[in-house]
Design a protein around this ligand. Sequence first.
Ligand code: SF4
Length: 356
Amino acid sequence: MKMIPRFAGRLLEWYRLHQRDLPWRKTRDPYRIWLSEVILQQTRVAQGLAYYERFVEHYPTVHHLAKAPIEEVLRLWQGLGYYSRARNLHAAARTISIQWAGRFPASYDELRRLKGVGDYTAAAIASFAFDEPVAVVDGNVFRVLARLYGLYDDISRTKTKHKFKALSEAHMPPQEAAAYNQAMMEFGAVQCTPQKPLCMTCPFRDDCYAAQYGKQQELPVKSKKTTKRKRYLSYRFFYRNGKLWMQERKQKDIWKGLYEPARIEAATAREMEQLLQNEAPAALWQQAQAIEQIRHLLTHQELFIDIGMLHLPPDAALPPFLKDGGDWFTPEECDALPKPIVIAQYFERHRHLLHE
Ligand code: SF4
């Protein structure tokens, strides 16, 4: 493969002119870089920024994060999705703070041993904080290299990741690993964007395979996504004697560690109908106020949610299938519980009903 001449120099020049002003770029503190990278996985920068600032404010050091109760961390994470990221962040902070006496791992290999730290995050921290010459490969980097070199490898395969990593490292100036990696990612995010790459003003226009052959929309190649699994969830906020019944999701599933109101779940709409008739006393379930139907999309799942608020008389019993696991919380305590964003937002919209 013929390498693009002076690639790194031209890229770094572009970066100096076009980089966005983002807070985690101004620090070499591995803890803050780690926070920003974990928050930004599967999250847009505009949304991630507020979360990053909130986390840094609440937990200025890894020790603060390690000492925080997991419920508080999940509550702060609420709305970002992929809650396993927050649980892993917390577990890894405890490892660093308690087992390693606060010494942050300073190499790619050591970082990889931390819970939830994969290839991408380890490379980002190692290069941004310690200038270790290891390439970061995210969606931006895949796109830039695939288009520049006309690479049709399927980017969802591990083999492809190794190939792109090696290619990026072949261009990397060893003394400028941090700037080079940042520049690659920024170039993909700002110039070589997924839908409308700015080829007319691109410094690599004359070298770029995709621009030359009009293949920008075909590259990179990603094998077809699997269809989303459908789930049907019916929720009721039971409210009795000034308290709401909530339960923690403990199973290995979406939203582990978050709290939710009483739930009935089914795999099909038809099954849900039957469950509502048989298991939950349908009359009780349907007496709810403010029932809303919400379609909520996760990466691999499509949730059809039916949710409502239900006042119970002071001596009313809960449906038998809810006896285990849950507890009663005041509305204020309920506010502080970590909840899936779709449930938290519903609660915000309708909590005034509790006082009617
Ligand atoms: S010319 Fe267009 S497709 Fe090629 S790297 Fe530049 S922005 Fe991307």
